[in-house]
Design a protein around this ligand. Sequence first.
Ligand code: HEC
Length: 136
Amino acid sequence: MRGWILGLLLAGLATAAGAETPVERGRYLVETIAGCGNCHTPMGPNGPDRARNLAGGLVVVDDATMRAVAPNITPDPETGIGAWSDAEIVRAITQGASRDGRPLLPPMGFSYYAGMTAEDLDALVAYLRTLPPSDG
Ligand code: HEC
């Protein structure tokens, strides 16, 4: 009897995991636990400006140590990361190097994101590519 219940639970979990596409997984990561929008989505009068989701512009730190402005990470090819390769995006997220190799300022939490699995990073990039391109 117990084995039967466990089997049913496991079957349920397998179905749930299998039903999730990489883009859905990426959306889940970016829009919830990875918190990318905390910095990369600009603020409007009522909180994050969802119409410009991940379009950048928020000044994250501006003090004696540095001025860090979160860039546009939508697929706009000019002002966003639309022209970047998948590998370049993953490198920025996990190693803190911009496309040209410039080290990213520390508010970009690459040392935390470095622990993400390759599969989740691929999913994250797949989701970013589905965002409406915004010119910031
Ligand atoms: C605590 C704030 C913060 C969070 C959270 C954050 N970022 Fe960033 N990110 C930044 C800042 C600030 C920069 C720019 C740093 C600089 O100019 O050197 C940046 C840079 C980047 C870049 C490089 C873009 C470019 O044009 O050079 C990418 C890609 C990026 N972030 C993706 C992400 C993703 C994906 C997430 C979520 C997994 C995320 N960031 C979470 C603050 C943040």
